[in-house]
Design a protein around this ligand. Sequence first.
Ligand code: G4P
Length: 526
Amino acid sequence: MNFEEEIKRRRTFAIIAHPDAGKTTLTEKLLLFGGAIQSAGAVKSNKIKKSTTSDFMEIEKQRGISVSTSVMAFDYKNYKVNILDTPGHEDFAEDTYRTLSAVDSVIMVIDCVKGVEPQTRKLLEVCRMRATPVIVFVNKLDREGQNPFDLLDEIEKELKIKVRPLTWPIGIGKSFKGVYNLIEKSLNLFTGDSKTTVEARLKFTDINDKQIDKLITEDFATQLRADVDLIDGVYDDLNVEKYLEGKISPVFFGSAVNNFGINELLDCFVDIAPGPKPRDTDDGSVAPNDKKFSGFVFKIHANLDPKHRDRIAFLRICSGTFERNKYYHHVRDKKALRFSNPTAFMAQQKSIIDEAFPGDVIGLYDAGNFKIGDTLTEGSNFNYKGIPSFSPELFRYVNNLDPMKTKQLQKGLEQLTDEGVAQLFTRKVDGRRIIGTVGALQFEVIQHRLKAEYNASANFDQISLYKALWIACPDRKKLEAFMQDRNAHIALDKDEKPVFLAESAWLLQMAQEKFPEIEFHLKSEF
Ligand code: G4P
């Protein structure tokens, strides 16, 4: 297979969902239908169950699991499918946002009983920001869910996207009969057999075929015909171009736990989902078929063995062919690096690879060279865009509890924040370090890992902050005047970029009014 064909056959995506909608189940079923695993139950949920006694012990366990589920690749019908896992727990939302920067499309799972939920909304906003193409999978049709028309209305209104159903449910819950494929004009009957990996689709040239009445009863057949008429009247045909621009989302209905609707979803997905596309850098756009290798790190995973500081940096390949043992250029550090054991993830097997192509995600063993967002190239000096830090929600001061271990604490904080566990800000006026996170769980994680991996002891003091905003101004003098005026509220982020620590929305507004030339950004990339 030549280079261009390798690129074209890649489908790199993530499944997003509000916790419990069925993301883990669907991931597993896609692997099962793709022939990558032989039985269900092989993919461990990376959910942090709220019921566990100690959340961080659970996180430790999950960290072990999530290395192996970070990327799950399999071959399906001549396509190479790469599923990138996203954490289920909302406190790790930032991890999810970063992973979404490394995919070319997403499948969004919605529970038909619960409809659109808060995490669904947030995740879709991120997709919209990047115009990521979205396919919707409405799950749990074996439960008494909402009327499908109402549900689609809710999705359109709440998520501000346009949808186009490609299959249509017949009955729901106890009376769920199956789905009608609106494109193929075929009937996929629900058997409730969660063992089967073959979906028998019965084709009908005419929806008025009386055979349909026999299969699903006359009442349901009449209802189906009325629904299909309505769908034709209400929804335009699927325009694949619009889907690729992120403007319309095809919708499938099914039941992941019952292996139902998976084949239809997967077949359509490999057919219409985009392969790798050109990506923006600070020096213009780079096409995947550019012969020179380039990629970026979107996730860093600490090794579980505390004796070794090795980490795995997950790199998304954007252009060219990555080759083992070849020297590449680490743009931020201006260093040449080579990798003797780059790892690929096929289903759940790790293996050392000699080469990888655009769309692939590889794991690079790293002794501390990488930060999230770093670009690796074959010599060029550009940086990939699109992995900003977002303003944290929670902030705490760091207290060093063991002055003999100051260096260890510093190193630990730097490395943990390189991994993206949290953000570190240093206040200019007194050098105090402030940790910012999306959720409260990270503070537990940091404290625990500082002790376990760096032998450093720290605790945290409350600090009441509303947001951290990255500040900029074309006129350097004006920026400095602002920083002087708000001296006590200025900090530097890890990349030494200035940040305004706003104590309240009102104080932020005051600052904006008094200094209208200053730009305040909720993310580090603008
Ligand atoms: P998540 O990763 O999105 O958080 O969800 P996950 O797949 O873990 O699914 C959440 C729960 O929903 C699981 O039940 C799972 O079995 C169930 N589920 C998934 N798909 C369907 C479906 O099509 N129909 C029905 N009725 N249930 C479904 P659980 O009780 O939390 O876990 P388990 O004990 O079944 O593993």
